[in-house]
Design a protein around this ligand. Sequence first.
Ligand code: PFF
Length: 453
Amino acid sequence: MSQSNRVNFGSKLGVILATAGSAVGLGNIWRFPYMAGHNGGAAFMLIYIGCVIFLGIPGMVCEFIIGRHVSANAARSYLTMGKGTPFSIVGYVGILTSIIILGFYSVVAGWCLQYLMASILGHLNGDSTYIVNYFQTFSTNPLKPALWAVLFVLLTHIIVAHGVDKGIEKASKLMMPALFILLIVIIIASCSLPNAMKGIDFLFNPDFSKVDHNVILGALGQAFFSLSLGTGCLCTYASYFNKHIDLLKSATQIALIDTLVAIFAGLMIFPAAFSIGVSPDSGPSLIFITLPRVFLQAFHAIPIIGYVISILFYSLLALAALTSTISIHEIGTAFIHEEMHLSRKGAAWIVTIACCIVAVLCSLSVSSSSGLMIHGKSLLDCCDYITAQVLLPLGGFCTCLMIGWYVPRKVVKDEFTNWGTLRGKLFHVFVFCARYVCPILILMIFLNQFGFI
Ligand code: PFF
């Protein structure tokens, strides 16, 4: 497909909302609270914010530059920009990574659909033990969660098959503001529960004695996962940006929105967890066992409000997940559509089928009797760990090195300053980050994790 035939996002707001829609999702609302809960709370959050500022934003700009410059899918973009170097395969690795992410992500998104249904039917009524058991029984059922996961991949398929401008942009414009408002309502409810202060303290009062290399790698992985960095997703989306988009400003705005939503999610979950006596390190089930209690307890005087908010929340969570799965799906679809000369619909089907297979395996692995365990961890946990904590930072590392050291400076500067029309005061800072700060920090975190320093 020639560059001039490619569809672009319609407006600057559309670009910000669609890309923020990719960034904001289960990573913020499901993954961030359980990672923070597992890794000590406030200290994790501060390291996370550091990773977003010093590694995330420059990394995002690097991916944007590659995507917008070549105006093609991730594989072609890296192949063109990194010609003759090992960087040329980064796009292919990103596409594989994206299939794995979409597989396990859809499982959790499917849980949200189940919880939406349960909220509508009023099945989330009961004490803490009932809510914990409800999650256990449902998530280890061999059939139901797998079906929800497949349904979620199919929903994603429908939107992606309709194309970037009609499906993706419109959905994001509606949903993002609604999600923000609802989060604030639930934060107020959660913070008004007895003992909520302990949760706020956990989130904002750092205890650095708990920080070790796992916490730092966890925060790095979380930042990359949450910003959709390192899979070629931002590169694919940037290929739909027009030449007037200010790349640094957009990256900063998206990172800000994304981080705010993560902090809001923490403020929603931890006060509730402490209030009802659920440990913040309960892992992936954290939001599914704390929130139903918030909806019941905080609104017990007028139960209908709790009922409505619960339905609204799980709908929005599923929609936030959907704008992210769309972006993950788009990485592979754009690649197959453009490189294998298949129709967009045909390309989308191939990605959908591959993701459904991964999703079903991940879903089955949650039950310990499935045999789909590696070193005692479910396949779902393993896919999460390998992608977020290894493959994404590695993708980001190569991307920064490529932009910092290999791509001609003039190309980088033209993209950064929109061909001299922006002042580009921070250009040298950006190049310094891409050349030294990002690669060195990521490398150090890796070496430390694997025991070399
Ligand atoms: N950033 C998304 C979230 O926080 O839910 C997840 C994600 C989207 C990861 C796109 C990777 C990706 F390419």
